[in-house]
Ligand binder design. Structure first.
Ligand code: FES
Ligand code: MG
Length: 596
């Protein structure tokens, strides 16, 4: 690989390290970067300075392997003629952060924007992996719009227990039911769950992490074929090296996020999301990224572009396999190969490789047709999201492809009205309320109740909790009833296979209709019309609204940290990405005025 011929003046890092018009500041900027051994010749050589935005740490085990991969990234950067500066990004561990990791996506975004803007960086390698680390990094790169390439840390190896694959998250829901049914004890519960995490890397199921890393590749923001490589494989180390090489060339080419993250790229990602059986968190994160990129993208686009695309990838929770199988079967390229053949992909969209999506993926083959199905033999015909509406919210999403036979038989089998059912609402205010009361027989939950979770949106439970997929009470599980319909203004883990109606916007805490709902209300669910409505009179709704306003609105817990309070004041709703609203205009500022 040749050393790119970068005109010295074109590099933004020159404003710090090599500015003859301001020798005072140049001397100041330079001297401290010399104190760990970088030389003056290096810093004034005209070599591009490449940031390695490090999301791995002991606090974030899913991304921790990036501490190792960063060494290969550095060698790639150095080999291509650049200088690497590694720095920490605010860690986000999906499973470890209280009250919810959802709170930290926008904080991590905000911190990274300041680093990319305020330091002498000509380009950046974004180390992505665990659920929110991916959108946080991409959103920051979109705002600042300097050349950026993402490096996935990769999924863990497959988990195994007694000869069966155990997948991240998915096994938790199953083990919890086994515990409730008395099939395992507490120690057995922990052992079964731990079996799903045999190595470094992120969730090995098609949860939010595999989804977002696949969609990053689909958007064109990481090297082709890279998303699915398991973390411990040698291919992952090679990929880290190639990513380092490539970012130096991208700086020379001035290939920026705005050249890659076009509307066509987002539409491609939506199609891929359906084909892989992607997480219900994907619309939140991609809509947020589009807003920070100043690209027009709405929830309706998810329905129009994605709803009828079939499910091809046979990974848990919708299917049976895990991350290693996904990689072995061909990963994202094999999925693109099928979708391109069907004319479903905007092939001209550009990628970080410098090639178009069509050039990269046309003709890519499936290596194992049980793991990645050919388009003609899908797992599910229509695998996208339905956008639900009604008098309780303006929009909510539902992954209809995961509706089980058990669920269909119980709720959707009335011959006169096969796509609809009515049930009584059981309303929980936040996850703590649900945990306290779900097994209380006094609630009177039956097989025909509809469970509601409110107070779990971006404001109500700051950052929005992944709690809408609620389990049935233990006494129903013992009778063989595992799944009740769930609806809420919170999110759901991507590793859950529950057909909940979630991300309801506006949330109760923002004055949404869910705030008016009462336990015992009759609710009608209609899949054909994509509606959920509470069956109370208009005058009753007016009266409840009046009473709610008189009480000062929907009550939610106080903030526990300064960031919770700050985010609550400026965060938007989930249908538009739950972004920090004042932040979205800065992409336009960067575009029109440029960077220092
Ligand atoms: Fe980090 Fe799933 S918990 S990737
Ligand atoms: Mg999650």
């Amino acid at each position: 690989m040749s050393v790119p011929n970068v005109p010295r003046r074109a590099l933004r890092s020159r404003a710090w390290f090599d500015n003859p018009d301001n020798i005072d500041m140049t001397a100041l900027y330079l001297e401290r970067y010399l104190n760990f051994g970088l030389t003056l010749e290096e810093l004034q050589s005209g070599k591009p300075i490449i940031g390695i935005a490090q999301t791995g740490s002991d606090l974030s085990p899913c991304n921790r392997h990036h501490l190792v991969l960063a060494e290969r990234v550095r060698e790639g950067i150095r080999s291509a003629g650049g200088i690497a500066l590694e720095f920490p990004v605010h860690p986000i561990q999906e499973t470890g952060k209280r009250p919810t990791a959802g709170l930290d996506r926008n904080l991590s975004y905000l911190g990274l924007v300041e680093l990319l803007y305020g330091y002498p960086l000509d380009g950046v390698v974004l180390t992505i992996g665990c659920d929110k680390t991916t959108p946080a990094c991409l959103m920051a790169a979109a705002t600042v719009n300097i050349p950026a390439i993402a490096l996935s840390v990769g999924p863990m190896l497959n988990g195994w227990h007694k000869g069966k694959r155990t997948g991240s998250g998915t096994i938790v829901w199953k083990a919890r039911e086994m515990l409730a049914a008395g099939e395992i004890d507490n120690a057995g519960f922990i052992k079964l769950v731990a079996s799903s995490a045999p190595s470094t890397g992120y969730c090995n199921t098609m949860g939010t992490a595999t989804t977002m890393n696949s969609l990053t590749e689909a958007l064109g923001m990481s090297l082709p074929g890279s998303a699915a490589i398991p973390a411990p494989y040698r291919d992952r180390q090679e990929n880290a090296y190639r990513t380092g090489l490539r970012i130096v060339e991208m700086v020379a080419e001035d290939l920026k996020p705005s050249d890659i993250l076009t509307r066509e790229a987002f539409l491609n990602a939506i199609v891929v999301n359906s084909a892989i059986g992607g997480s219900t968190n994907a619309p939140i994160h991609l809509n947020a990224l589009a807003r920070h990129m100043d690209v027009d993208l709405t929830l309706e686009d998810w329905e129009t572009a994605g709803k009828d695309v079939p499910l091809l990838v046979n990974l848990q929770p919708a299917g049976e396999y895990l991350g290693e199988d996904y990689y072995r079967a061909g990963g994202v390229p094999a999925v693109f190969g099928q979708l391109i053949e069907q004319g479903l992909i905007h092939q001209d969209a550009r990628a970080v490789s410098g090639q178009s999506i069509g050039e990269q993926y046309r003709g890519a083959v499936i290596e194992d047709e049980d793991v990645i199905r050919p388009f003609a033999r899908p797992l599910v015909e229509h695998a996208g999201f339905a956008i639900m509406r009604g008098n309780l919210f303006n929009s909510a999403i539902m992954k209809t492809s995961v509706i089980s036979e058990e669920f269909r038989a119980r709720y959707l089998s009335n011959p006169d009205d096969p796509d609809a059912f009515e049930g009584n609402a059981i309303v929980f205010d936040g996850p703590e309320d649900y945990h306290h009361r779900i097994d209380d027989p006094a609630l009177g939950i039956t097989a025909y109740s509809i469970l509601f979770m409110r107070g779990a949106g971006p404001i109500g439970y700051p950052g929005s909790a992944e709690v809408v997929n609620m389990r049935a009470p233990n006494y129903l599980i013992k009778q063989g009833i595992h799944q009740l319909p769930c609806i809420g203004d919170g999110r759901q883990s991507g590793t859950s296979g529950s057909p909940s109606i979630l991300n309801a916007s506006p949330e109760a805490a923002a004055g949404g209709g869910l705030a008016l709902l009462k336990t015992g209300d009759r609710v009608r669910f209609d899949l054909r019309k994509s509606r959920v409505d509470v069956l109370v009179s208009a005058s009753e709704v007016v009266e409840r609204r009046r009473a709610l306003e008189a009480a000062g609105g929907y009550a939610y817990p106080e903030s526990q940290t300064p960031w919770q309070e700050i985010q609550r004041a400026v965060v938007g709703q989930m249908d538009t990405g739950a972004v920090l609203e004042p932040a979205v205009k800065y992409q336009r500022i960067a575009q029109t005025k440029g960077l220092p």
